[in-house]
Each structure stands twice: as structure tokens, then as C-alpha cells.
Design a protein around this ligand. Structure first.
Ligand code: AMP
Length: 216
């Protein structure tokens, strides 16, 4: 499976990507997760990326493309993937096409998880993430059994520093300005599939399975 998950912050694309990984075995590649790990490790990439991330803006294309090329290019590169949070603008989408062309691979689908702006704000404010295993909860819609404790591994759940109200507004504005145009890009390429992201998580996944079935 070679797919891109498209959707605004809080659309649930990361949650659905994890389910696809379990069902189909293709690895999830989340540039947000890779960047957060780099920030945590205080690596040179992390130090360069942190300010943009804290401000809800996009990290520069050269950093993100470097992370993707490292994983897809080269002799041990992934031939299957579920891209989550990448591409985030047209330049990245075009760079992905070029990279895949060089590897004689093609993207099978871009799957848009469609959620209204109002619902996104509510979801992001309630989101909690496990520090240890990355499991995602929501205090309004999908809380962990014990507040602050991950159901899956017992780790501590926390609110991401960029999930606060002012950064959320900026992230949604960044999405509208830079990432939303990708919907047309992939529609024009005949690769776009849209799923109503306000349905229950399991219903969304049933739709994703249907899409996965027809991928060639
Ligand atoms: P996410 O976890 O996907 O919401 O990403 C968190 C933050 O990491 C974003 O707000 C951006 O600052 C940065 N980021 C993640 N993916 C990308 C990307 N493909 N291009 C640029 N910045 C990114």
C-alpha cells in the first residue's frame, strides 16, 4: 500500500493511519512524529524545526524532504507506506512525485478525512497523547479509562505543546492556506478519495477498507 493521508490537524488521519498499519502492515510515516522525536532528542534537525512547530507554522521543506528521502530512498527504502502529515504543500507533493518516479513507484491514493473547522477546534483542544507509545485519546470523545494514564501501555498522557488554542488557530490557518490546495492536486491526478471524518472512528475505517480494496 502506498497512500497519503490528507486532512487538517485533528481530523483523525493519524488514528486511521495507525489502523491501516495494523490491518495492512504498511508502515506509517508521520513527519510530525519524526519532527517531535528530533525535538525531544535536541538533534540539529530538532533545533531547527522547534520554533516553526511551536508557532503552528510549517517546518522548511528541505528538513522535511530530507526526513522522507532518508526513509524512502536508498537500497533499503520503504516500498510501501502510509504517509501521515506529508506532503503539506504543493512543493512537497511535487517532490514526492519526483522521488517516487526515481524509485519507479507510484502513489496509489490520497485519502482525505474531511472534518468541519468547528469540530476540528473542539477535537484538538481535547486531544491527549501518550508519551510512551503515542496512543491518542480525546477527553471529550474518546477518553482513557483513567485520566492521564494510557489504556494501552500505562504511560502518561499529555497535551501536546502545539495543541493549545492560539497555536491551533495558526495550524488551521496554515492548513487552509498551504495544505488544502493538495485536495485539488490529487483530484486532478485521479487519486483523491474523500471520507466523512465526522462519522464514528470504526465507520471511517470501514470506508478506508473499501478504498484499500480497489487500490491497484
Ligand atoms: P502534525 O503532528 O502532523 O500535526 O505536525 C506537527 C507540526 O510539525 C506541524 O504543525 C508542523 O510545524 C510540523 N510538520 C509536520 N509535518 C510537516 C510537513 N510535511 N511539512 C512542514 N512541517 C511539518
Amino acid at each position: 500500500m502506498r497512500v497519503v493521508m490528507l486532512g487538517a490537524p485533528g481530523s483523525g488521519k493519524g488514528t486511521q493511519a495507525k489502523q491501516l498499519v495494523q490491518a495492512y502492515g504498511a508502515p506509517q510515516l508521520s513527519t510530525g512524529d519524526l519532527l517531535r522525536a528530533a525535538v525531544k532528542a535536541a538533534s540539529p534537525i530538532g533545533l531547527r524545526a522547534k520554533a516553526a512547530m511551536d508557532a503552528g507554522k510549517l517546518v522548511s521543506d528541505d528538513i522535511v524532504l530530507g526526513l522522507i528521502e532518508e526513509r524512502l530512498g536508498g537500497p533499503d527504502g520503504l516500498h510501501e507506506f502510509i504517509l501521515d502529515g506529508f506532503p503539506r504543500n504543493l512543493a512537497q507533493a511535487e517532490a514526492l512525485e519526483t522521488l517516487l518516479g526515481r524509485l519507479s513507484l507510484s502513489l496509489q491514493a490520497a485519502i482525505l478525512i474531511d472534518v468541519s473547522a468547528e469540530e476540528l477546534k473542539r477535537r484538538i483542544a481535547g486531544r491527549r497523547t501518550c508519551r510512551d507509545c503515542g496512543a491518542i485519546y480525546n477527553v471529550y470523545t474518546a477518553p482513557s479509562a483513567r485520566e492521564g494514564v494510557c489504556d494501552a501501555c500505562g504511560g502518561e498522557t499529555y497535551q501536546r505543546s502545539d495543541d493549545n488554542e492560539s497555536t491551533v488557530a495558526q495550524r488551521l490557518a496554515t492548513y487552509a492556506a498551504e495544505t488544502a490546495p493538495l485536495v485539488e492536486f490529487y483530484r486532478a491526478a485521479g487519486k483523491l478519495h474523500t471520507v466523512d471524518g465526522e462519522q464514528p472512528v470504526d465507520t471511517i475505517f470501514v470506508e478506508l477498507r473499501k478504498i484499500a480494496k480497489v487500490l491497484s
